[in-house]
Design a protein around this ligand. Structure first.
Ligand SMILES: NC(=O)c1ccc[n+]([C@@H]2O[C@H](COP(=O)([O-])OP(=O)(O)OC[C@H]3O[C@@H](n4cnc5c(N)ncnc54)[C@H](OP(=O)(O)O)[C@@H]3O)[C@@H](O)[C@H]2O)c1
Length: 334
């Protein structure tokens, strides 16, 4: 297979980042984009694609899923819609890149994993931030031991939601709406990446709107060895896109994590008895790096070593426990 022919399901806003990222991959070509809303696919392609001429549009998802020339499908649908279309696509032997969260339950991610195995296709959850050079810097820094053992980490992601996006908060958290499912996956996944270890339980709380969608959510993750991590996400707070790690011997902060390609990448750290240091890391387009990585995985017929399906299952288990904790107001085991 020399070229990966892509189909895209959904005229989502995130296509603004992903269409050019796919187009810029030398081994990729976008064949088709589908949206259930009349005219939305055409508008999306015209607005976001660098070369809209070659991309066919349709209102019928099945036309993409069953297209014999399409080998890879990107799913940027609403969070609660991912599983059904992913399973349909995998059954047609398509490789699938699924936006985060891959699904709303651990069981759904397990069934996607099983289907991927049976059909011998690559599936990956779209956590683009792990491909940014600044995240390599963070992991190298942790691995160097300069911070000592990591004892605590905190992540924050927020921005005031724009009226054009209100359909994301006009359905309940139970149905996949709200901040936890939307931006929570980033904040929670990052904590798992930087603290490592086994998470025993989670306690989370949220502020709901009249649709029972969470406008803000915060939580504590407790590891089996009693280390902790906390997160805060919100659709009604000023822009924050950061995490901070605290070790036995120092602290490190990543100032803009889930960012756009042109954003500065700044890391600051302070080791005991040393002056604070601010590092400007090279800018990186993590969407392009994510696509390049996914295409490599397809060519090598090997699942991602950065975003494995096992990681997706563990992530879904933690997200599901966090959701249950919000609903029950109690600690929930992961
Ligand atoms: N990796 C990232 O940086 C990143 C950033 C943002 C979001 N995401 C993830 O990507 C996925 C899509 O998020 P998004 O914010 O880009 O999606 P979005 O714009 O909210 O669109 C999601 C889906 O809803 C439908 N939709 C779009 N606009 C709509 C409208 N005005 N009214 C009704 N339905 C509409 C579209 O399906 P149809 O076209 O079929 O109607 C679309 O595929 C989610 O899983 C999200 O968590 C990732």
């Amino acid at each position: 297979m020399k070229t990966i022919n892509w189909g895209i399901l959904g005229a989502a806003r995130v296509n603004q980042r992903l269409l050019p990222a796919i187009e810029n991959n030398h081994n990729s070509r976008i064949l088709m984009l589908a949206s259930r809303r009349n005219g939305a696919a055409e508008e999306c392609v015209q607005q976001y694609a660098k070369n809209p001429e070659g991309i066919k549009t349709t209102t019928n998802f099945d036309e993409v899923i069953n297209h014999p020339d399409i080998n890879a499908i990107y799913i940027p649908l609403a969070n609660e819609e991912h599983t059904e279309v992913a399973l349909k696509s995998i059954a047609q032997k398509k490789h699938v890149l699924i936006e985060k969260p891959m699904a709303l339950t651990k069981q759904e991610v397990k069934s996607i994993t099983q289907a991927a195995k049976e059909n011998n296709v690559i599936v990956m959850e779209g956590f683009m931030y792990v491909f940014h050079p600044q995240f390599d810097f963070v992991l190298d820094f942790i691995n160097s031991g300069k911070l000592g053992k990591i004892q605590y980490a905190h992540s924050m992601f927020s921005f005031p939601i724009q009226p054009a996006r209100y359909y994301r908060i006009n359905r309940s958290i139970q149905d996949g709406g709200g901040a936890l499912w939307d931006i929570g996956p980033y904040a929670i996944h990052t904590l798992r990446q930087v603290i490592r270890g086994h998470i025993k339980q989670v306690n989370a709380t949220a502020k709901m709107n009249s649709h029972q969608a969470d406008m803000s959510a915060s939580g504590i993750l407790e590891f089996t060895d009693k280390r902790r991590a906390t997160f805060d996400v919100s659709f009604e707070c000023t822009r924050r896109s950061e995490f901070e790690i605290f070790g036995e011997k120092g602290r490190l902060k990543c100032h803009t994590v889930w960012q756009h390609e042109d954003d500065e990448a700044i890391i600051s750290y302070e080791l005991d008895e040393s002056a604070p240091v601010v590092e400007k890391i090279q800018k990186g387009n993590h969407f392009e790096l994510e696509i390049n990585h996914f295409v490599e995985c397809i060519f090598n017929n090997k699942e991602s070593n950065k975003l494995s399906m096992n990681d997706a299952i563990q992530q879904a288990a933690l997200m599901e426990a966090t959701y249950k904790s919000i609903q029950s107001n109690q600690w929930v085991s992961v």
